[in-house]
Design a binder for this molecule. Structure first.
Ligand SMILES: [Zn+2]
Length: 435
């Protein structure tokens, strides 16, 4: 399967490249009694059908092996490699599979995808070959890729004790050690109707999806959902780690990631919006931003980037990445960042800065008057939530988020992220630049 390191937040997802269809008209979502289904209805010439299964696997890399075997079992090796209209992915929470086609092919798409629920019956020879394929994926992603290596090691430290701490890809030893029996057991435990969510987007209506589910006899939930709660995160005790990746030829860079617990929980979507807004503020050259103190006033960093996102309703992660200015050590950049963040946290974000960044922040959401833009945004949003085992908000609630942003909450988040927690720092580049 094509695998590509992400993209939006944290860099540890194994995600396939998904060609985005074009939509217009409005979006419709439903969740039926028998199935978890979300339908994004739009007038488009293509239909995309995605099935997502939560895996909650602690065994490094095993869910990814199951993904490969289940796709092989369902669509076959030839079709898989030749077909541009299908793919599969694994992330720390879930495995997903998708097919696309013309609207009148919906029955066929769902018929094929329903094979994912069938027991694995891949010949032993192919199961062994699949391990070799995954080893090649490992080489493509990790060998001579210090940023990817750092990302895995940092996640393992920051998320210690949680499922998401385990590597999606695994080490070469993990991969060589995958057993077909373990994969079958994990597949049987996870690829069940109770644990599956179907997301259909594009040129179909809710009614057509309902009819197609009946036609293909899509497997219905047999019992109450065993794992319907979104995943929660438990922060291990506060601690720091420093990882070093000496690379003679590489340009020097420091990556700092920090996870902290909020004093009280905030609904996930609202927390995400605040985290993104806070990161936008910290990236500016305005009072309360980091660009003045780190770049323009003191020439500590040549360039930097801050991102922030929630892990659940109570935990937030911040990632700072910077290239040092001439003659500045990575250690000095790290210290300047921590000191500056503490100072900003003490004084709070000035009102003028908050208002100015807030005015630009509306670009985060689509133009709700533009059906095409809104539908595309909602399709991405829905898949992103389902892929992290969370329920997407209905459109009306998403539209209300903007009004619920508050300056006070931004300051609370800032105090949290500048306070205690778990911190992982990576130094990458010529080692004489480290200290
Ligand atoms: Zn793969």
């Amino acid at each position: 399967m094509t695998v590509k390191a992400l993209i939006r937040f944290s860099g540890w997802w194994l995600i396939a490249i998904v060609a985005l269809p074009l939509f217009w008209l409005v979006n419709v979502f439903f969740e039926s009694q028998d199935h978890h289904v979300y339908v994004q209805s739009a007038e488009a010439s293509e239909v995309y059908a995605h099935v997502v299964f939560g895996h909650r696997s602690l065994a490094s890399g095993l869910a990814h092996y199951v993904e490969h075997l289940a796709w092989l079992n369902t669509v076959g090796a030839k079709q898989r490699s030749a077909n541009r209209h299908s793919n599969a992915w694994t992330n720390p929470y879930a495995v997903g599979y998708w097919l696309s086609g013309k609207p009148d092919e919906l029955d066929d798409l769902l018929q094929t995808l329903s094979g994912l629920f069938e027991p694995l019956e891949v010949p032993a020879k192919f199961a062994a070959e699949e391990r070799e394929i995954i080893l090649r994926e490992y080489e493509a992603h990790m060998v001579d890729k210090p940023d990817a290596q750092a990302a895995e090691a940092m996640s393992a430290f920051l998320y210690a004790g949680n499922n998401i701490a385990s590597s999606v890809l695994g080490t070469p030893d993990d991969i060589r050690g995958f057993s077909y029996d373990d994969a079958r057991a994990l597949h049987a435990a996870t690829h069940r109707p109770e644990n599956a969510t179907l997301v259909v987007t594009g040129g179909v209506t809710e009614r057509e999806v309902s009819r197609a589910l009946k036609t293909v006899d899509w497997p219905a939930k047999q019992s109450a959902d065993a794992e319907s709660q979104p995943p929660t995160f438990e922060l291990a005790k506060p601690a720091d780690t420093l990882l070093r990746y000496p690379e003679k030829e590489a340009s020097a860079r420091v990556i700092l990631r920090h996870v902290a617990a909020l004093p009280e929980s905030i609904p996930f979507d609202l927390l995400e919006a605040h985290a993104l807004l806070l990161a936008d503020i910290l990236n500016t050259n305005l009072a309360g931003g980091l660009a003045g103190p780190l770049r323009f006033d003191n020439a500590i960093a040549r360039g930097f980037d801050v991102q922030a996102w929630p892990l659940d309703e109570r935990h937030i992660e911040l990632r700072f990445r910077a290239a040092p200015d001439r003659g500045v050590s990575l250690r000095a950049v790290q210290k300047a960042f921590r000191d500056t963040l503490a100072e900003i946290s003490d004084t709070g974000i000035p009102d003028e800065t908050y208002q100015r960044v807030l005015n630009r922040f509306e670009d985060f959401w689509p133009d709700w008057e533009d059906d095409d833009d809104a539908a595309r945004w909602m399709a991405d949003y829905t898949l992103e939530r389902v892929a992290a085992l969370r329920q997407p908000l209905p459109l009306s609630d998403v539209k209300r988020l903007e009004q619920q942003l508050s300056h006070q909450r931004i300051n609370t988040l800032l105090n949290t992220i500048a306070g205690n927690g778990r911190t992982a720092v990576a130094f990458i580049g010529p080692k004489e630049r480290f200290e």
